[in-house]
Design a protein around this ligand. Structure first.
Ligand code: SUG
Length: 463
Protein backbone atom coordinates (compact mmCIF):
# COMPACT_ATOMS: atom_id res chain seq x y z
CA UNK A 1 0.00 0.00 0.00
CA UNK A 2 1.58 3.36 -0.96
CA UNK A 3 2.69 5.45 2.00
CA UNK A 4 2.19 2.50 4.33
CA UNK A 5 4.14 2.92 7.55
CA UNK A 6 3.32 -0.27 9.37
CA UNK A 7 1.64 -3.58 8.97
CA UNK A 8 -1.72 -3.80 10.66
CA UNK A 9 -1.78 -7.60 10.47
CA UNK A 10 -0.66 -8.46 13.99
CA UNK A 11 -1.45 -5.38 16.00
CA UNK A 12 -4.71 -5.55 17.92
CA UNK A 13 -6.47 -2.27 18.48
CA UNK A 14 -7.28 -0.93 21.89
CA UNK A 15 -9.84 1.83 22.19
CA UNK A 16 -8.41 4.78 24.10
CA UNK A 17 -10.82 7.44 25.34
CA UNK A 18 -9.80 11.11 25.33
CA UNK A 19 -12.03 12.99 27.74
CA UNK A 20 -12.46 16.73 27.63
CA UNK A 21 -11.49 18.50 30.83
CA UNK A 22 -14.28 20.87 31.81
CA UNK A 23 -12.99 24.46 31.62
CA UNK A 24 -13.07 27.05 34.44
CA UNK A 25 -15.81 29.14 32.73
CA UNK A 26 -18.36 26.27 32.58
CA UNK A 27 -21.76 27.99 32.66
CA UNK A 28 -25.39 27.64 31.60
CA UNK A 29 -26.24 30.18 28.90
CA UNK A 30 -28.89 28.39 26.84
CA UNK A 31 -26.81 28.65 23.70
CA UNK A 32 -27.82 25.44 21.92
CA UNK A 33 -31.22 25.69 20.26
CA UNK A 34 -32.57 22.17 19.91
CA UNK A 35 -30.69 20.89 22.97
CA UNK A 36 -33.40 20.62 25.63
CA UNK A 37 -31.10 20.58 28.70
CA UNK A 38 -29.19 23.65 27.49
CA UNK A 39 -32.44 25.59 27.02
CA UNK A 40 -34.05 24.40 30.25
CA UNK A 41 -31.13 25.42 32.45
CA UNK A 42 -30.48 28.85 30.90
CA UNK A 43 -29.12 31.36 33.38
CA UNK A 44 -28.82 29.00 36.35
CA UNK A 45 -25.73 28.88 38.55
CA UNK A 46 -23.02 26.45 37.43
CA UNK A 47 -20.31 24.79 39.52
CA UNK A 48 -17.13 24.68 37.39
CA UNK A 49 -14.99 23.03 40.07
CA UNK A 50 -17.51 20.27 40.71
CA UNK A 51 -18.00 19.84 36.96
CA UNK A 52 -14.29 19.30 36.33
CA UNK A 53 -13.96 16.95 39.31
CA UNK A 54 -16.96 14.91 38.12
CA UNK A 55 -15.23 14.55 34.74
CA UNK A 56 -11.98 13.42 36.35
CA UNK A 57 -13.85 10.93 38.55
CA UNK A 58 -15.41 9.50 35.39
CA UNK A 59 -11.97 9.10 33.81
CA UNK A 60 -10.71 7.34 36.94
CA UNK A 61 -13.63 4.90 36.91
CA UNK A 62 -13.38 4.12 33.18
CA UNK A 63 -9.60 3.73 33.45
CA UNK A 64 -10.17 1.20 36.27
CA UNK A 65 -12.31 -0.83 33.85
CA UNK A 66 -9.22 -1.21 31.63
CA UNK A 67 -9.62 1.61 29.10
CA UNK A 68 -6.51 3.67 28.30
CA UNK A 69 -7.62 7.14 29.29
CA UNK A 70 -6.36 10.33 27.67
CA UNK A 71 -7.32 13.93 28.21
CA UNK A 72 -7.93 16.96 25.98
CA UNK A 73 -7.53 20.39 27.59
CA UNK A 74 -10.17 23.14 27.86
CA UNK A 75 -9.97 26.07 25.42
CA UNK A 76 -9.12 29.63 26.37
CA UNK A 77 -12.33 31.40 27.37
CA UNK A 78 -13.52 34.11 27.20
CA UNK A 79 -12.09 33.98 23.70
CA UNK A 80 -10.83 37.51 23.09
CA UNK A 81 -9.57 36.83 19.52
CA UNK A 82 -13.22 36.29 18.53
CA UNK A 83 -14.23 39.63 20.07
CA UNK A 84 -11.41 41.32 18.13
CA UNK A 85 -12.56 39.59 14.94
CA UNK A 86 -15.98 41.14 15.55
CA UNK A 87 -14.52 44.67 15.65
CA UNK A 88 -14.13 45.21 19.39
CA UNK A 89 -10.86 46.85 20.41
CA UNK A 90 -8.80 47.64 23.49
CA UNK A 91 -7.09 45.78 26.30
CA UNK A 92 -8.51 42.69 27.98
CA UNK A 93 -10.82 44.42 30.47
CA UNK A 94 -11.97 46.96 27.86
CA UNK A 95 -12.83 44.17 25.41
CA UNK A 96 -14.96 42.34 27.98
CA UNK A 97 -16.72 45.56 28.94
CA UNK A 98 -17.33 46.47 25.27
CA UNK A 99 -18.86 43.04 24.60
CA UNK A 100 -21.06 43.33 27.69
CA UNK A 101 -22.27 46.81 26.70
CA UNK A 102 -22.87 45.85 23.07
CA UNK A 103 -25.09 42.96 24.11
CA UNK A 104 -26.64 43.64 27.53
CA UNK A 105 -28.46 40.29 27.41
CA UNK A 106 -25.05 38.70 27.72
CA UNK A 107 -25.41 36.32 24.77
CA UNK A 108 -22.22 37.41 23.01
CA UNK A 109 -20.14 37.18 26.16
CA UNK A 110 -21.61 33.76 26.87
CA UNK A 111 -20.84 32.62 23.33
CA UNK A 112 -17.16 33.51 23.64
CA UNK A 113 -17.02 32.07 27.18
CA UNK A 114 -18.64 28.65 26.82
CA UNK A 115 -16.65 25.67 28.07
CA UNK A 116 -18.27 23.59 25.31
CA UNK A 117 -14.94 22.10 24.17
CA UNK A 118 -15.43 19.65 27.09
CA UNK A 119 -17.68 17.54 24.80
CA UNK A 120 -14.86 15.92 22.87
CA UNK A 121 -17.16 13.52 21.00
CA UNK A 122 -17.62 16.67 18.91
CA UNK A 123 -13.89 17.42 18.56
CA UNK A 124 -13.19 15.14 15.60
CA UNK A 125 -14.11 12.01 13.65
CA UNK A 126 -11.57 9.23 13.97
CA UNK A 127 -10.54 6.30 11.77
CA UNK A 128 -8.00 3.81 13.16
CA UNK A 129 -4.95 2.73 11.20
CA UNK A 130 -6.42 -0.70 10.38
CA UNK A 131 -9.22 0.96 8.36
CA UNK A 132 -7.35 3.62 6.41
CA UNK A 133 -5.66 3.55 3.02
CA UNK A 134 -2.23 4.51 4.38
CA UNK A 135 -2.44 2.62 7.72
CA UNK A 136 -2.24 5.87 9.62
CA UNK A 137 -4.83 6.91 12.22
CA UNK A 138 -6.79 9.81 10.73
CA UNK A 139 -8.57 12.49 12.76
CA UNK A 140 -10.82 15.06 11.08
CA UNK A 141 -11.36 18.14 13.25
CA UNK A 142 -15.07 19.05 13.38
CA UNK A 143 -16.15 22.52 12.20
CA UNK A 144 -19.22 22.69 14.51
CA UNK A 145 -20.71 25.48 12.40
CA UNK A 146 -24.29 25.07 13.63
CA UNK A 147 -23.80 26.90 16.92
CA UNK A 148 -21.69 30.06 16.98
CA UNK A 149 -20.19 29.31 20.41
CA UNK A 150 -18.96 25.95 19.10
CA UNK A 151 -17.84 27.18 15.67
CA UNK A 152 -14.87 28.93 17.32
CA UNK A 153 -13.50 25.66 18.74
CA UNK A 154 -11.89 24.08 15.70
CA UNK A 155 -8.64 26.09 15.35
CA UNK A 156 -7.67 25.29 18.95
CA UNK A 157 -8.90 21.71 18.64
CA UNK A 158 -6.67 21.29 15.58
CA UNK A 159 -3.64 22.64 17.46
CA UNK A 160 -4.37 20.45 20.49
CA UNK A 161 -4.86 17.27 18.44
CA UNK A 162 -1.69 18.05 16.46
CA UNK A 163 0.23 18.43 19.73
CA UNK A 164 -1.07 15.12 21.10
CA UNK A 165 -1.02 13.05 17.89
CA UNK A 166 2.19 14.71 16.72
CA UNK A 167 3.86 11.65 15.16
CA UNK A 168 3.07 12.20 11.48
CA UNK A 169 4.30 8.72 10.52
CA UNK A 170 1.36 7.32 12.47
CA UNK A 171 -1.25 10.09 12.68
CA UNK A 172 -2.82 12.55 10.27
CA UNK A 173 -4.84 15.37 11.82
CA UNK A 174 -7.04 17.11 9.25
CA UNK A 175 -8.23 20.70 9.60
CA UNK A 176 -11.99 21.23 9.77
CA UNK A 177 -14.17 21.20 6.66
CA UNK A 178 -14.99 24.66 5.25
CA UNK A 179 -17.21 26.55 7.72
CA UNK A 180 -20.48 26.52 5.81
CA UNK A 181 -23.90 25.26 6.97
CA UNK A 182 -23.79 23.11 3.83
CA UNK A 183 -20.97 21.18 5.49
CA UNK A 184 -22.05 21.16 9.13
CA UNK A 185 -19.92 18.54 10.88
CA UNK A 186 -20.25 17.59 14.57
CA UNK A 187 -17.57 14.90 14.65
CA UNK A 188 -17.73 11.49 16.29
CA UNK A 189 -21.13 12.18 17.89
CA UNK A 190 -22.59 11.23 14.50
CA UNK A 191 -20.21 8.40 13.65
CA UNK A 192 -20.09 4.81 14.90
CA UNK A 193 -17.46 2.21 14.17
CA UNK A 194 -18.55 -1.40 14.60
CA UNK A 195 -16.46 -4.54 14.13
CA UNK A 196 -16.73 -8.28 14.53
CA UNK A 197 -15.12 -9.20 17.84
CA UNK A 198 -16.19 -12.84 17.72
CA UNK A 199 -13.97 -13.92 14.82
CA UNK A 200 -10.41 -15.02 15.45
CA UNK A 201 -9.31 -11.56 14.40
CA UNK A 202 -11.15 -9.99 17.33
CA UNK A 203 -9.98 -6.42 17.72
CA UNK A 204 -8.01 -6.85 14.49
CA UNK A 205 -11.16 -6.94 12.40
CA UNK A 206 -11.66 -4.05 10.02
CA UNK A 207 -14.31 -1.59 11.05
CA UNK A 208 -17.68 -0.75 9.56
CA UNK A 209 -18.17 3.02 9.63
CA UNK A 210 -21.71 4.32 10.07
CA UNK A 211 -22.18 8.05 9.50
CA UNK A 212 -25.54 9.41 10.67
CA UNK A 213 -26.61 12.75 9.21
CA UNK A 214 -29.52 15.05 10.02
CA UNK A 215 -30.27 16.33 6.52
CA UNK A 216 -28.86 16.55 3.04
CA UNK A 217 -27.86 20.03 1.98
CA UNK A 218 -28.13 19.21 -1.72
CA UNK A 219 -31.42 17.31 -1.66
CA UNK A 220 -33.90 19.84 -0.31
CA UNK A 221 -36.85 17.58 -1.12
CA UNK A 222 -35.73 14.87 1.33
CA UNK A 223 -37.34 14.81 4.79
CA UNK A 224 -35.64 17.07 7.33
CA UNK A 225 -36.35 18.33 10.85
CA UNK A 226 -39.02 21.04 10.91
CA UNK A 227 -38.23 22.72 14.19
CA UNK A 228 -34.64 22.26 15.29
CA UNK A 229 -31.42 22.42 13.23
CA UNK A 230 -29.97 19.32 11.59
CA UNK A 231 -26.39 19.89 12.63
CA UNK A 232 -24.74 17.21 10.47
CA UNK A 233 -25.16 17.22 6.70
CA UNK A 234 -24.83 14.22 4.41
CA UNK A 235 -22.28 16.16 2.37
CA UNK A 236 -20.09 16.71 5.45
CA UNK A 237 -20.29 13.01 6.34
CA UNK A 238 -19.28 12.02 2.82
CA UNK A 239 -16.34 14.43 2.92
CA UNK A 240 -15.31 12.99 6.29
CA UNK A 241 -15.29 9.44 4.90
CA UNK A 242 -13.14 10.57 1.95
CA UNK A 243 -10.65 12.47 4.11
CA UNK A 244 -10.36 9.58 6.55
CA UNK A 245 -9.55 7.41 3.46
CA UNK A 246 -12.12 4.77 4.41
CA UNK A 247 -13.04 1.88 2.17
CA UNK A 248 -16.37 2.89 0.53
CA UNK A 249 -17.45 -0.76 0.75
CA UNK A 250 -17.29 -0.56 4.54
CA UNK A 251 -18.94 2.82 4.94
CA UNK A 252 -22.65 3.59 5.39
CA UNK A 253 -24.52 6.90 5.36
CA UNK A 254 -27.77 6.81 7.29
CA UNK A 255 -30.29 9.53 7.97
CA UNK A 256 -31.33 10.31 11.51
CA UNK A 257 -35.07 10.35 12.19
CA UNK A 258 -36.08 14.02 11.63
CA UNK A 259 -38.85 13.71 14.26
CA UNK A 260 -36.24 12.66 16.82
CA UNK A 261 -34.16 15.76 16.02
CA UNK A 262 -37.31 17.82 16.59
CA UNK A 263 -37.80 16.07 19.95
CA UNK A 264 -34.34 17.22 21.11
CA UNK A 265 -32.05 14.49 19.73
CA UNK A 266 -29.50 16.94 18.32
CA UNK A 267 -26.79 14.31 17.78
CA UNK A 268 -27.06 10.61 16.94
CA UNK A 269 -25.20 9.76 20.17
CA UNK A 270 -28.27 10.92 22.12
CA UNK A 271 -30.27 8.00 20.67
CA UNK A 272 -27.83 5.23 19.70
CA UNK A 273 -24.46 3.86 20.77
CA UNK A 274 -22.41 1.13 19.13
CA UNK A 275 -19.27 -0.77 19.96
CA UNK A 276 -17.76 -4.03 18.76
CA UNK A 277 -20.67 -6.00 17.21
CA UNK A 278 -23.39 -4.34 19.31
CA UNK A 279 -25.65 -1.49 18.29
CA UNK A 280 -27.86 -0.25 21.13
CA UNK A 281 -30.49 1.99 19.58
CA UNK A 282 -33.97 3.40 19.98
CA UNK A 283 -36.79 2.51 17.63
CA UNK A 284 -36.93 6.16 16.48
CA UNK A 285 -33.19 6.65 15.97
CA UNK A 286 -33.14 6.33 12.18
CA UNK A 287 -35.32 7.66 9.37
CA UNK A 288 -35.73 4.08 8.13
CA UNK A 289 -35.08 1.56 10.91
CA UNK A 290 -35.46 -1.61 8.83
CA UNK A 291 -33.30 -0.46 5.92
CA UNK A 292 -30.59 0.79 8.30
CA UNK A 293 -30.42 -2.44 10.28
CA UNK A 294 -30.45 -4.56 7.12
CA UNK A 295 -27.62 -2.53 5.58
CA UNK A 296 -25.51 -2.87 8.72
CA UNK A 297 -26.19 -6.61 9.07
CA UNK A 298 -25.28 -7.18 5.41
CA UNK A 299 -21.81 -5.80 6.09
CA UNK A 300 -21.48 -7.18 9.63
CA UNK A 301 -23.21 -10.57 9.85
CA UNK A 302 -22.33 -10.91 13.55
CA UNK A 303 -24.28 -7.71 14.37
CA UNK A 304 -26.21 -7.81 17.64
CA UNK A 305 -28.92 -5.16 17.44
CA UNK A 306 -30.25 -4.15 20.86
CA UNK A 307 -33.49 -2.28 20.28
CA UNK A 308 -35.38 -0.18 22.79
CA UNK A 309 -38.93 0.55 21.72
CA UNK A 310 -40.87 3.77 22.27
CA UNK A 311 -43.30 1.78 24.44
CA UNK A 312 -40.44 0.84 26.73
CA UNK A 313 -38.79 4.31 26.77
CA UNK A 314 -40.64 7.19 25.07
CA UNK A 315 -38.60 9.66 23.05
CA UNK A 316 -39.00 12.41 25.66
CA UNK A 317 -37.40 10.16 28.28
CA UNK A 318 -34.58 9.23 25.89
CA UNK A 319 -33.75 12.94 25.92
CA UNK A 320 -34.08 13.55 29.67
CA UNK A 321 -32.33 10.34 30.80
CA UNK A 322 -29.54 10.24 28.17
CA UNK A 323 -29.67 6.44 28.34
CA UNK A 324 -28.09 6.17 24.87
CA UNK A 325 -25.37 8.68 25.71
CA UNK A 326 -23.70 5.91 27.67
CA UNK A 327 -20.25 4.61 26.90
CA UNK A 328 -20.47 1.05 25.62
CA UNK A 329 -17.19 -0.68 26.38
CA UNK A 330 -16.44 -3.79 24.32
CA UNK A 331 -13.52 -4.87 26.47
CA UNK A 332 -14.37 -8.57 26.26
CA UNK A 333 -16.50 -10.15 23.47
CA UNK A 334 -18.64 -11.88 26.10
CA UNK A 335 -18.87 -9.08 28.61
CA UNK A 336 -19.62 -5.53 27.54
CA UNK A 337 -20.02 -2.71 30.05
CA UNK A 338 -22.37 0.22 29.84
CA UNK A 339 -21.23 3.45 31.52
CA UNK A 340 -24.46 5.38 31.97
CA UNK A 341 -25.42 8.71 33.55
CA UNK A 342 -27.13 8.52 36.97
CA UNK A 343 -30.14 10.23 35.40
CA UNK A 344 -30.80 6.90 33.61
CA UNK A 345 -30.77 5.04 36.93
CA UNK A 346 -33.13 7.60 38.47
CA UNK A 347 -35.82 7.05 35.83
CA UNK A 348 -37.70 3.87 36.86
CA UNK A 349 -38.66 3.18 33.25
CA UNK A 350 -35.13 3.60 31.90
CA UNK A 351 -33.59 1.62 34.77
CA UNK A 352 -36.05 -1.22 34.03
CA UNK A 353 -35.04 -1.15 30.34
CA UNK A 354 -31.36 -1.38 31.28
CA UNK A 355 -32.06 -4.21 33.73
CA UNK A 356 -33.96 -6.04 30.99
CA UNK A 357 -31.12 -5.84 28.50
CA UNK A 358 -28.54 -6.87 31.15
CA UNK A 359 -30.62 -9.99 31.83
CA UNK A 360 -31.04 -10.80 28.13
CA UNK A 361 -28.25 -13.19 27.14
CA UNK A 362 -28.96 -12.62 23.45
CA UNK A 363 -26.62 -9.62 23.79
CA UNK A 364 -23.21 -9.42 25.53
CA UNK A 365 -23.93 -6.34 27.72
CA UNK A 366 -23.52 -7.74 31.24
CA UNK A 367 -22.72 -4.81 33.47
CA UNK A 368 -23.77 -1.19 34.03
CA UNK A 369 -21.87 1.50 35.90
CA UNK A 370 -23.83 4.68 36.72
CA UNK A 371 -21.80 7.87 36.97
CA UNK A 372 -22.53 11.40 38.13
CA UNK A 373 -21.65 13.96 35.44
CA UNK A 374 -24.61 16.13 36.39
CA UNK A 375 -22.95 19.49 35.71
CA UNK A 376 -22.27 18.49 32.10
CA UNK A 377 -25.66 16.79 31.75
CA UNK A 378 -27.38 20.07 32.60
CA UNK A 379 -25.95 21.42 29.33
CA UNK A 380 -26.88 18.29 27.36
CA UNK A 381 -23.58 16.41 27.63
CA UNK A 382 -23.57 12.87 29.04
CA UNK A 383 -20.73 10.35 29.54
CA UNK A 384 -20.41 9.62 25.79
CA UNK A 385 -20.30 13.33 24.83
CA UNK A 386 -17.39 13.83 27.18
CA UNK A 387 -15.06 11.40 25.41
CA UNK A 388 -13.45 10.97 21.99
CA UNK A 389 -12.81 7.35 21.10
CA UNK A 390 -9.47 6.68 19.43
CA UNK A 391 -8.75 3.01 18.62
CA UNK A 392 -4.98 2.58 18.65
CA UNK A 393 -2.46 -0.19 18.16
CA UNK A 394 0.10 -0.65 20.92
CA UNK A 395 2.64 1.17 18.74
CA UNK A 396 0.20 4.01 18.09
CA UNK A 397 -0.49 4.37 21.81
CA UNK A 398 3.23 4.63 22.54
CA UNK A 399 3.48 7.39 19.92
CA UNK A 400 0.81 9.58 21.58
CA UNK A 401 2.12 12.45 23.74
CA UNK A 402 2.59 10.43 26.97
CA UNK A 403 1.82 13.36 29.30
CA UNK A 404 -1.78 13.27 28.04
CA UNK A 405 -2.30 9.59 28.87
CA UNK A 406 -3.57 9.31 32.41
CA UNK A 407 -2.57 7.21 35.38
CA UNK A 408 -3.57 7.62 39.03
CA UNK A 409 -0.76 10.07 39.73
CA UNK A 410 -1.65 12.31 36.79
CA UNK A 411 -5.35 12.25 37.68
CA UNK A 412 -4.43 13.27 41.24
CA UNK A 413 -2.36 16.13 39.78
CA UNK A 414 -5.31 17.23 37.64
CA UNK A 415 -7.61 17.19 40.66
CA UNK A 416 -5.17 19.35 42.61
CA UNK A 417 -4.89 21.70 39.62
CA UNK A 418 -8.70 22.05 39.41
CA UNK A 419 -9.02 22.65 43.14
CA UNK A 420 -6.32 25.34 43.00
CA UNK A 421 -7.66 27.24 39.99
CA UNK A 422 -11.41 26.76 39.44
CA UNK A 423 -14.23 28.94 40.75
CA UNK A 424 -16.77 27.12 42.86
CA UNK A 425 -19.79 28.82 41.29
CA UNK A 426 -20.53 30.98 38.24
CA UNK A 427 -23.52 32.79 36.84
CA UNK A 428 -23.57 34.19 33.28
CA UNK A 429 -23.16 37.71 34.80
CA UNK A 430 -19.72 36.72 36.15
CA UNK A 431 -18.35 36.20 32.64
CA UNK A 432 -17.50 39.92 32.19
CA UNK A 433 -15.20 39.87 35.22
CA UNK A 434 -11.55 40.33 34.09
CA UNK A 435 -10.42 38.38 37.16
CA UNK A 436 -12.10 35.26 35.76
CA UNK A 437 -10.21 35.76 32.48
CA UNK A 438 -6.90 36.16 34.33
CA UNK A 439 -7.46 33.16 36.56
CA UNK A 440 -8.55 31.01 33.62
CA UNK A 441 -5.39 31.92 31.71
CA UNK A 442 -3.23 31.10 34.72
CA UNK A 443 -4.99 27.75 34.98
CA UNK A 444 -4.49 26.88 31.31
CA UNK A 445 -0.88 28.02 31.35
CA UNK A 446 -0.22 25.63 34.25
CA UNK A 447 -2.13 22.86 32.46
CA UNK A 448 -0.12 23.10 29.24
CA UNK A 449 2.98 22.46 31.35
CA UNK A 450 1.34 19.48 33.12
CA UNK A 451 0.28 17.99 29.78
CA UNK A 452 3.45 19.05 27.90
CA UNK A 453 1.45 20.59 25.09
CA UNK A 454 3.56 23.63 24.26
CA UNK A 455 1.84 26.93 23.48
CA UNK A 456 -1.51 25.84 22.04
CA UNK A 457 -3.45 28.93 23.13
CA UNK A 458 -3.50 32.32 21.38
CA UNK A 459 -2.79 34.14 24.68
CA UNK A 460 0.43 32.09 24.83
CA UNK A 461 1.35 33.05 21.26
CA UNK A 462 -0.05 29.81 19.74
CA UNK A 463 -1.07 30.14 16.11
O1 SUG B 1 -23.32 21.21 21.38
N1 SUG B 1 -24.15 21.95 24.74
C1 SUG B 1 -23.50 21.07 23.76
C2 SUG B 1 -23.66 19.63 24.18
C3 SUG B 1 -22.89 18.70 23.28
C4 SUG B 1 -23.18 17.26 23.56
N2 SUG B 1 -22.37 16.42 22.73
C5 SUG B 1 -22.76 15.24 22.21
N3 SUG B 1 -24.02 14.86 22.16
N4 SUG B 1 -21.85 14.50 21.65
C6 SUG B 1 -24.08 21.28 22.36
O2 SUG B 1 -25.30 21.51 22.26
C7 SUG B 1 -24.67 24.12 25.72
C8 SUG B 1 -23.94 25.39 26.09
C9 SUG B 1 -24.83 26.35 26.84
O3 SUG B 1 -26.02 26.43 26.59
O4 SUG B 1 -24.30 27.10 27.73
C10 SUG B 1 -23.90 23.28 24.70
O5 SUG B 1 -23.13 23.79 23.94
Amino acid sequence: MPGSTQSSASSPLVEANFDGLVGPTHNYAGLSYGNVASTTNTGTTSRPRAAALQGIAKMRRVMALGVPQGVLPPHERPHLPTLRALGFAGGDAALLEAARTADPNGVLLAQVSSASAMWTANAATVAPSIDTADYRTHLLTANLVSMFHRSIEHPTTMRVLSAIFANTARFTVHPALPSSPALGDEGAANHTRLFDDTSTGGQDSPGLHIFVYGASNADKSAPRPKKFPARQTLEASRAAARLLTLDPKRTLFVQQNPDAVDAGVFHNDVIAVGSGRVLLYHQHAFADERATLDAIAALLPSLVPVRISADEVPLAEVVTSYLFNSQLLALNPDRYTLVAPIEAEQSPRVKAAIDRLLADTANPIREVVYLDVRESMRNGGGPACLRLRVPLTEGDLKAVNPACIMDERKLNALEAWVTAHYPEELTPADLADPTLLRESRDALDALTRLLELGNVYVFQGGK
